[in-house]
Design a protein around this ligand. Structure first.
Ligand SMILES: *Cc1c(COP(=O)(O)O)cnc(C)c1O
Length: 422
């Protein structure tokens, strides 16, 4: 069955981020907890939470049951002119967990659309007040998604090269540190009048290589933007829902954003859904008698009742004491392993934020560098562990349900592979 599925897949499917000519796609038939099971019976420990979305483990029965019940009562209704309780309850419950600045939620389908919505909100916010602010501020090495607006505010590279001329102008700045705060402040004060918004991944820049900055430095930068009237879009698509050790990255910051983006862990990783939350002040610029001041944006599946039900179920699980304890336990295990790793000559830049542990794999004597990603991925797959390095950056990002023993097993595998690497 294994080979047959691979052949049928090759005949029809085009996979994301894959050079189809050279990549293999393993057929998975089921998942349970932190494990995925392939069609040949092999078990894989999912150490990357299936692209950072699976927070409670695979095929969680509680989420499955809630989704099933929702499917039996209301599976879909157009969200313009209609509403439903799952969307109301999700808005109420999410906003309670967010900073007091967040007062409304707008639903979409994924992280990229949550970002598109945020950008359009901020640009139209200025437009609705008769202003034109065209510049957008973003971090170097940022990643906010693959649609055109999201691509525009993301780091430019080989992936975006074919579209370069079609992306809008963005002012890219270094993430804040004690050393550059003064120069960043100067730049923002100079450009502020023309800046519609600043979009950033708080604390951890995920796809850019799990790069981390200090909460106090980001708070200081946010404060400058607030003083200068630059709207803040905090993209918590990756870091939200417990990833950084707190429920949201925002819980480690002293300043509040105007807009926030969520997806990935939002439904516990079970369904596609995005949310953009915003402040009352922003909302009020659209809340007018004039129809043309409304926000003309929507998707067929906006506020899908079943995705809302999955999110509510995931939130129940996330707020359970067991889950919160697991998040702290993973953070502690990671911290202890980070200390061990720091003295290993094969790695550098060991860094950690909550349940995210990352380090850079040194190339070694041979010129493996360009192939580190491919080689390491395969070596860990052979061991039944899914780790998907970003270049030479290896990161461990498990679902919160992973057992202490299973996580320790990943650490041991990393140490063995380091010892083997010469
Ligand atoms: C993954 C990601 C996105 C894009 O989300 P998709 O659901 O993949 O479109 C946006 N922002 C951040 C920070 C992300 O990590």
């Amino acid at each position: 069955m294994f080979d047959e599925l691979i052949a049928r897949d090759r005949a029809v499917n085009w996979h994301p981020y894959s050079q189809m000519k050279t990549t293999q796609h393993i057929p998975i038939v089921s998942g349970k907890g932190a494990y995925l099971y392939a069609a040949d019976g092999k078990a894989y420990l999912d150490a990357v939470s299936s692209w950072w979305v699976t927070i409670h483990g695979h095929a969680h029965p509680y989420i499955a049951e809630r989704v099933y019940q929702q499917l039996l009562s209301l599976e879909q209704v157009i969200f313009a002119g209609f509403t439903h309780e799952p969307a109301i309850e999700l808005g109420e419950r999410l906003l309670k967990l967010l900073p007091s600045s967040q007062e409304k939620v707008f639903y979409s389908d994924n992280g990229s659309t949550a970002v598109e919505v945020a950008l359009k909100m901020c640009i139209q916010y200025a437009h609705n007040q008769g202003q034109q602010k065209r510049k957008i501020l973003a971090f170097k090495n940022s990643y906010h998604g693959d649609t055109f607006g999201a691509m525009s505010v993301s780091e430019r590279g080989v992936w975006t090269a074919p579209f370069q001329d079609l992306l809008f102008d963005v002012l890219f700045i270094d993430p804040p540190s004690a050393d550059n705060l003064a120069s960043l402040t100067e730049l923002i004060r100079k450009e502020a009048a023309d800046i519609a918004c600043f979009i950033y991944e708080p604390l951890v820049q995920g796809a850019g290589g799990m790069l981390m900055h200090r909460p106090e430095d980001l708070s200081a930068l946010m404060k400058v933007c607030r003083e200068e009237g630059v709207l803040l879009i905090q993209d918590e698509v990756f870091v939200g829902f417990g990833r950084t050790g707190t429920l949201f990255a925002t819980d480690q910051l002293t300043e509040q954003p105007d807009v926030m983006c969520f997806s990935k862990g939002l439904t516990g990783g079970t369904m596609a859904m995005g949310i953009t939350s915003c402040s009352e002040q922003l909302y009020q610029a659209f809340y007018q008698d004039e129809k043309r001041k409304a926000f003309f944006h929507g998707h067929s599946f906006t506020a899908s009742p079943i995705a809302c039900a999955a999110s509510l179920a995931s939130m129940d699980l996330l707020l359970k004491e067991d889950t919160l304890r697991n998040i702290q336990r993973i953070a502690k295990q990671h911290a202890a392993f980070a200390t061990r790793l720091a003295s290993n000559p094969g790695v550098e830049q060991v860094r950690q934020q909550g349940t995210i542990l990352a380090f850079d794999w040194k190339a070694g004597e041979t010129s493996y560098f360009n192939n580190i990603q491919v080689i390491l991925y395969q070596r860990f797959m052979d061991r039944g562990i899914v780790l998907r390095p970003l270049g030479n950056t290896v990161y461990i990002l498990p679902p919160y349900c992973i057992s202490e023993t299973a996580l320790a097993g990943i650490y041991e595998a990393v140490l063995e592979e380091l010892a083997r690497w010469k």
